[in-house]
Structures are given as C-alpha cells and as structure tokens.
Ligand binder design. Sequence first.
Ligand code: HAM
Length: 428
Amino acid sequence: MAIQRPKGTQDHLPDGSPKLRLDISARAFRHVTDTARTVLERGGAAFIATPIFEEAELVKRGVGGSTDIVRKEMFMVHYFGDHGGYVLRPEGTAGIVRAFIENGLKQLPSPLKLWTHGPMFRAENVQKGRLRQFHQVDYEVLGSADPLVDAEAIWLMVQVVEALGLTGVGVKLGSIGDPEDRDTYNAYLRELFTPHAERLSADSQDRLTRNPMRILDSKSKEDQAIIAELAVKPMLDFLGTDAEAHFAAVRAYLDAWGVAYEVDPSIVRGLDYYRRTAWELHHAHIGAKSALGGGGRYDGLAAQLGGQETPGIGWAFGVERILLAMEQEGLTLPAPDGPVVYLAALDAGQVPSAAQAALSLRSVMRAEFGLKAQKPGNAFREAERRGARYAGLIGSDEAAAGTVAVKNLATGEQVSVKVEALADALTH
Ligand code: HAM
C-alpha cells in the first residue's frame, strides 16, 4: 500500500490539483501570509523566524506545565543518541521571546514589533479545523505595557482578517488580571469545585490542585455541565484596580477607533503565560469552540524564561481556520499570475532555441517553454492552459531570421518580433 501522510497533517497543493480546497491550497496559504505581511509591516513589524524544534523546558516554562498543550499534546523529537529534551514547537510566542532574550534584541527600538508565520505542532484529537500540524501567523510586541499597544495589536489582527475579505468575524475581549488577581480567583475556584471534585474528569481533578482556572478550559462535556451548574463567577469579577484600569483603557482606544468587540468575561485562554488583556477572534460559521485566533498580554514571560522583565503582548491566528472561514464566506483568491509568455518550437530542431529565448526573458518576466515540438493550435492551447498572455512560436523560418511569431492570446493579434526585442515587445 502506498504510504500516506501522518494523521492530522495536510499537503498544500498547487492550483489545478484534483479535489483542491481553499484550506489545502498552497496559493491560498501564500495569499494569507502575503496579506498579513503587508498589514503587519505597515504597522512597523519586522519578520523573525525561529526553529521549529525547541528545548522542551522552554515550552514547559513558557506555555505552562498545567496546560493540555504541555501535558498531552507535545511532539517529542528524538534522534540517534540525543538527550531527548526537544519538542516540536506547539506555538510561536515562547520561541520568539527566547530569541529576543538570547540575541539581545532589547537593543532595538522599543517596543519591538515582530511577526512570523509557520507550522506549529500539537498532538490533538483530529477533527475539522483541528490538526496536528497547523500553521499560524503570529505577531508579538516586546517592551511596552501601555494599553495603547494592546489596542493596536487587536486593531492589526482585525485589519488582517478584513484585508482578506472576511466579514463574519468578531473579537471576544476579556482580561485575566494580574497574577495576584488570579491567585484570588483560583482560591475562589478551589473552594467552589472541591465539594464536587469526584464528579470532575480525572484531568480536572488534577487541575483542581495545580491550577483550578484550567478547569474552565476543559474540553469535557461533564466538566462543562458542572461549570454551568455551579454558576461560576468569571475572572473579570476578580480584577484588581490596576488590571481593571488597563482593561478600561484598552476598551476606550478600541471604541475610539471603531473596532467592534464583545466583552466576554469567560475568556481564559489555553496557555499559562497570559495576564491582563486576553482575546479571541471568532467566526459566525466556525464552531464556538474553535477560535480563528487568540492573543493576550504576557508581561511575566521573559523573566519566566530567564531574561529581564520585559512586558509583551501578541496574537496568532490559525491559517487553516482562516481559510475554512473564507471558504464558508464564498471568498475566492485573486487570479494567479500565469507566465507572460509560453514559447513553443514547431520542429524538434527549434526546441533549444525556444528554451534559450525563454531563459533570456526570465530576468524580467515569467517565461515557459515546451519540451517537444508542437503544432501551432496545440501550442496556443497549452499557453492558455498555463494562463499565459502570449504564445511565441519558433519554426525554421523564424530560426533563420532570428525572430519569434508572437500571438496575443486575448486579441488574437500576431506579430513577428526579433528575439532581442522580445522582452520589450512583451512588456509594452
Ligand atoms: P492559541 O489560541 O493556542 O494561541 O492558538 C492560536 C490559533 O492557532 C487558534 O485560535 C487556532 O486558530 C490555531 N490553532 C491552535 N491549535 C490548532 C490546531 N490543533 N489545529 C488548527 N489550528 C489551531 C497561541 O498559540 C498563542 N501563541 C497566541 C499568542 C501570540 N499569544 C500571544 N502571542
């Protein structure tokens, strides 16, 4: 039997592939990352790339030992004779903050805005929109605790999805307070859940001792039923004065800029590094459990990873989920750029000349050539199939005269052009 790709992974395919969908279209992925690049770089972000595997300790300390990601979903990396301490990155933030510390990026103008995109890995239960290798576009800002930076980050995220043409998206905004607010909240949750501990899933019983807030993030239906039954108060009710003021300032900026959002007191997020502002991006047609993206402030993370105290905030969205939402909204991609010209030889003897003419054009345009001699009708059809604007034919007469018979495929107009003048003729 032919070998198949691992469960929870996808191939990203070229245009014209059988059964192509937007969420596996290589061109669609590039469209999303190109759009993100335009928006984020106009906002002052610089591109950064970090390794796809990192020390397990980085992810444990960064994402948090009580999260599902660390406890259940890590892909370990093994190689011959290794110390077994690496994992495939489940997200981008911890690696970027590590790179910031390790490479002295604090020297750069502050706050430093960075963005990246690439594959992330989580060994999750696979379902639509939930993969084991998925792709994120990720934006991070390091060096400022100003609520203006939070509002700008949210604004940029919304700008990217709007630039992609999505209309059905909504921001759910919350705050998970400062660490001392969370301690108070966790104490409240512990007291509330302890009498019901036996009814909680085994995972949540464990969360009750380690980090009760994680119970609220449980994927178990039984746990969610208990949460509803106990009418658990949201984290938002436990904010201290500073976190409350910060949250109000973020909302005031968003209101002033006309960014639509809904305050969602139940936002907890699935990673431990957050504090204060936290939000998710949801879509009307993608299940409520599957956010398109999420982000938040993580002022303690750099110190947690052994660096200096550096405030930070960022977000990531899942490219596959964005593409599923685009498909739901019936959005299509801009037309692909075909070759400008397809050059064909009319006899086998002219194939090298057609090839050479195509190569000489490539410093200024995309040019392709046929590997075998073709009849004019077949050459024109082939050129059209490839999306070319012009077809150029080289027969024995043209070879002798050093010319190409060029047909404009849109107008049908045909002219004879000297090979040296081809680039000029095709660009004017
Ligand atoms: P996250 O909420 O874990 O946040 O993931 C962000 C997005 O990645 C999700 O909203 C979703 O679209 C996508 N995603 C996550 N897991 C999967 C999966 N198994 N399959 C498909 N898509 C998935 C983070 O990762 C944070 N690092 C975001 C951040 C950046 N916070 C601050 N800076």
